[in-house]
Design a protein around this ligand. Structure first.
Ligand SMILES: Cc1cc2nc3c(=O)[nH]c(=O)nc-3n(C[C@H](O)[C@H](O)[C@H](O)COP(=O)(O)OP(=O)(O)OC[C@H]3O[C@@H](n4cnc5c(N)ncnc54)[C@H](O)[C@@H]3O)c2cc1C
Length: 421
């Protein structure tokens, strides 16, 4: 068996960043995934390194809202009805966490990490020769419905407390920033400190290359073969068995079946969304990500074209991993709303692809060592900020693993708050 100081399972942006940070502390690290870093992971996101106030989780709570979500697309969020039994604990805990005091706690806990998120990315990007992907674009959130305005008020409230700058835009100011948006009657919030990348997959692959160049081991293997050997952990890869006293699970929605092997469970929900690129229409461009909650989409200029992300559906992580069939018409509503806003050219891909966010009921990621399982660490549930926060979260994780002064108070992220088993 080949021995390492630490094994990171999952080579999305979370695992790849964690592997780099652990390596930076002098640990011999193996990064293991079913696929190469950034190939299939961290797919289809909006490419935002968001710096806003606090976006409340737009998940319907209470039985009527949940049933309406399962039957319709009210709130712009569908619910996979077959997942409802598995999501019962998620909904119960999310309801408890839906108090204003819980939102304030989550916003406060995330603030120090959000404040350094872009700088942490840029530090890795500089070393990985990936700065070309990063752009200081800012981010426009359109306010086209009463609900969007209500959520924006929460956003502004926390932005004022946390000192995050924003600009309220009227219709004329929106078009001044984005001249090709069809004339709108509505208002928007502009978040000037938000940045975006032109290829989230490109960034993840570049970080993976840097890890390898610095001597890291990247291997193909299935986390399903993870064993607790009492002296540490062991796992089969295509190159044979590997072992380490420390294992980090950065498996996204794939964490649940691995935890289940150890008799553990977390109240997670998976949120599947779809994305597709459109070629630009001659003379028409978009300079920055634009989100329209009412239309249920975000449009971001990317390397491959204008990326449309929408068609969101809440489901159990197990169903998101494959059992729930992809919806062929998932982007229809978002596409129609986006085209009403900006002329879009022909599609780049034959059909939309899906990506998955992992939601945690109290809207805080789960980062820390599993109680009662020394050496088993988690970094999962990064919701809609997983791309933005990955390098900052990786630094926090490395601080905890190596017993250094942590970048932020780790207590709000502890797995112990949910764990049963
Ligand atoms: C539509 C959409 C829009 C988003 N927009 C943004 C945004 O603008 N900004 C932002 O910050 N975040 C955004 N996010 C969230 C962000 O993309 C995710 O939080 C982030 O990519 C999660 O990365 P991860 O590495 O934790 O998980 P993943 O990218 O899911 O990676 C998990 C890895 O684990 C591997 N794996 C799973 N199971 C196994 C197994 N059994 N064995 C081996 N390997 C396994 C998978 O192959 C995968 O490579 C968005 C997400 C979506 C879906």
């Amino acid at each position: 068996m080949r021995s390492f100081d630490a094994i990171v399972l999952g080579a999305g942006i979370t695992g790849t960043s964690a592997a780099l940070h652990l390596q930076g502390r002098g640990l011999r690290v193996a990064l293991i995934d079913r696929d190469a870093p950034g190939e299939d992971a961290t797919r289809g996101n909006d490419g935002l390194i968001g710096r806003d106030g606090y976006s409340a989780l737009a998940v319907p709570l209470g039985l009527p809202g949940i049933l309406a979500g399962a039957l319709t697309r009210r709130h712009g969020l569908g619910i996979d009805s077959r997942s409802l039994p598995d999501l019962a604990r998620f909904f119960a805990e999310a309801r408890l966490a839906a108090r204003p005091s819980s939102a304030a706690r989550a916003a406060r806990a995330l603030a120090p990490l959000q404040a350094v998120a872009a700088a942490e990315h840029l530090a890795l990007a500089r070393a990985a020769s990936a700065l070309r992907f990063f752009r200081r674009t800012g981010w426009i959130k359109l306010l086209r419905s009463r609900r969007a305005c209500e959520l924006a008020e929460v956003d502004r409230h926390f932005a004022r407390i946390l000192g995050v700058p924003y600009v309220d835009l009227d219709a004329v100011e929106i078009v001044r920033l984005e001249p090709h948006l069809r004339s709108l009657e509505e208002a928007a919030i502009y978040w000037p400190e938000s940045q975006s990348v032109s290829s989230p997959g490109g960034v993840t692959r570049a970080y993976g290359r840097l890890f390898r160049e610095r001597g890291g081991d990247v291997e193909i293997g299935d986390a399903g073969s993870l064993l607790d050997t009492r002296q540490g952990f062991a796992l089969r890869t295509v190159r044979g068995e590997v072992g380490a006293p420390i294992v980090v699970l950065a498996l996204g929605a794939g964490v649940s079946p691995v935890l289940a092997r150890f008799g553990l469970g977390l109240p997670l929900a998976a949120c599947r969304s779809y994305h597709r690129h459109f070629r630009a229409v001659s003379g028409v461009s978009l300079a920055r990500p634009v989100t329209d909650q009412e239309g249920g989409f975000t449009l971001t200029p990317m390397e491959r074209g204008l990326r449309l992300v929408g068609g969101t559906e809440l489901m159990s992580p197990a169903r998101a991993l494959g059992a729930a069939p992809l919806r062929a018409n998932a982007l229809q509503r978002a596409g129609a709303a986006a085209k009403a806003l900006l002329p879009l050219g022909s599609v780049v891909e034959e059909r939309p692809a899906a990506g998955v966010r992992v939601f945690v009921p109290d809207q805080l990621p789960i980062v820390g060592e599993m109680p009662g399982m020394p050496g088993l660490w988690l970094s999962v549930g990064h919701m809609r900020d997983g791309f933005s926060l990955a390098p900052a979260m990786a630094r926090l994780l490395a601080d905890l693993v190596t017993d250094m002064m942590p970048l932020a108070d780790p207590q709000p992220y502890s797995p112990s708050r949910f764990l049963v088993g």
